[in-house]
Design a protein around this ligand. Structure first.
Ligand SMILES: Cc1ncc(COP(=O)(O)O)c(C=O)c1O
Ligand SMILES: [Zn+2]
Length: 392
């Protein structure tokens, strides 16, 4: 495992040491990137060792420990999720993140954040969550013996509430959105002695989520796809994958120059990144009255909006929003015709793919990865309501 060299601000490039826990840049409040000394890990020879050297039966995302912090992992088997080839679109694969512990990709980021919290001997963590981050934090905190304080909207998918309670977290349901939950955490954290692991307000959730970028490239034979569709709320995965691509190029593990187009997909009921992208703005504005059954996408003002917008531009990608009716139709389509029960967030990606084929932005020959960020089975209440499914 490499040594962490420093943390670098994503906005003003100021650096700090990672010897003690850090939140955001003291100078400009930008999110930090973890920077390593990769000198011992460059070249194809080291890339080849990823699959060879892995101890234990299921290391999951820790197969990439040569690009992760040198600490003892708190793990529940997260990562190394399947890539499912579509039956109907030969150049499309679905990255099935529902296979993670707690049924969503949030497991990766929270596994790393809790691993580091344990390393730093933190005792109390707090998080505002749209739902799945809460479940994941609760699970990893339980595994690590750390207290988890969770604030989430009172209408989260029921599974998120139940799992957080079962893992023993201290859960508060809030009459509001994740932004209101974030405000409560910010107001109370000092007095309560909580360490805030909100999206992009600590450096390590990005590190966990970056493993999705390493994985999809390795699973495609160390080749980039042409496009990656990412259901976007706070955007940690998008930011993490872009960091992974830059690192892989620095390491000499992939050829530079042909990174995928990054496609940020949102629901028309909450689309701050799409609006900012269309207005060529460098940051988003608060989305009023956010509402969508894709619960994880109800993030009205993402903290890392400026980073996402840069990545979309740099990758020649696009941000687009679909109405819930089309998201639901795509969810039903993929369940019936492919046997894949997507989360509403994942179905936002499949709906967006159909749309971009129609507009000609993508061609059927383009190799595409669609992220199903969570298991459809976590959403039986919200999906049943959206689809009008009743038991009698
Ligand atoms: C299933 C699912 N997909 C996508 C997202 C959005 O993730 P991010 O905040 O990394 O953009 C969430 C966030 O809660 C989620 O739960
Ligand atoms: Zn800064």
């Amino acid at each position: 495992m490499p040594k962490i060299k420093e943390l670098e601000c994503s906005r003003c490039k100021a650096t700090v040491s990672a010897e003690t826990p850090q939140t955001v840049c003291l100078k400009c409040a930008g999110s930090f990137y973890v920077r390593y000394d990769f000198s011992g890990f460059r070249g194809l020879e080291h890339r080849g060792r990823i699959s060879e050297e892995t101890p234990g039966a299921s290391p999951g995302m820790w197969r990439y420990r040569s690009v992760l912090p040198e600490v003892q992992p708190v793990t529940l088997g997260e990562g190394w999720t399947p890539m499912l080839r579509s039956k109907r679109y030969p150049n499309v694969v679905v990255k099935e993140e529902g296979a993670n512990p707690t049924g969503s990709f949030k497991a990766r980021g929270l596994a790393l954040a809790v691993t580091m919290a344990k390393h730093y001997e933190l005792e109390k963590l707090a998080v505002p969550s749209a739902g799945n981050a809460a479940g994941a934090l609760a699970a990893y905190a339980a595994a690590a013996g750390i207290e988890a304080n969770i604030f989430m909207p009172k209408d989260v998918p029921f599974a998120n509430y139940v799992e957080a309670k079962m893992y023993g977290a201290k859960v508060t349901l809030v009459d509001g959105l994740i932004s209101d939950c974030g405000r409560i955490v910010a107001e109370r954290k000092e007095k309560e002695g909580w360490f805030d692991i909100s999206t992009l307000k600590e450096p390590f959730r990005i590190e966990g989520k970056k493993t999705m970028g390493y994985e999809l490239v390795e699973q495609l034979g160390w080749e980039y796809p042409d496009a990656v569709f990412y259901p976007t709320g706070g955007g940690v995965g998008l930011i993490g994958m872009w960091k992974a691509f830059a690192e892989m190029e620095e390491l000499g593990w992939v050829k530079p120059g042909k990174r995928p187009k990054m496609i940020a997909v949102q629901s028309s009921g909450c689309a701050p990144i799409v609006r900012a992208f269309e207005e060529h703005a460098s940051a988003s504005k608060m989305w009023e009255n956010a509402a969508t059954f894709a619960a994880g996408l109800r993030v009205p003002k993402p903290y890392g909006d400026y980073i996402m917008l840069e990545i979309l531009k740099e990758s020649a990608g696009v941000a687009l929003a679909l109405p819930d009716s089309l998201i639901l139709a795509s969810l039903q389509d993929w369940a019936k015709n492919e046997g894949i029960f997507l989360s509403p967030e994942g179905a936002t990606a499949t709906a967006a793919y159909d749309h971009l084929l129609k507009t000609g932005f993508l061609k059927p020959a383009d190799r595409v990865v669609l992220f199903n960020t969570g298991a459809g089975l976590k959403y039986t209440d919200v999906t049943a309501e959206a689809a009008g499914i009743l038991r009698n």
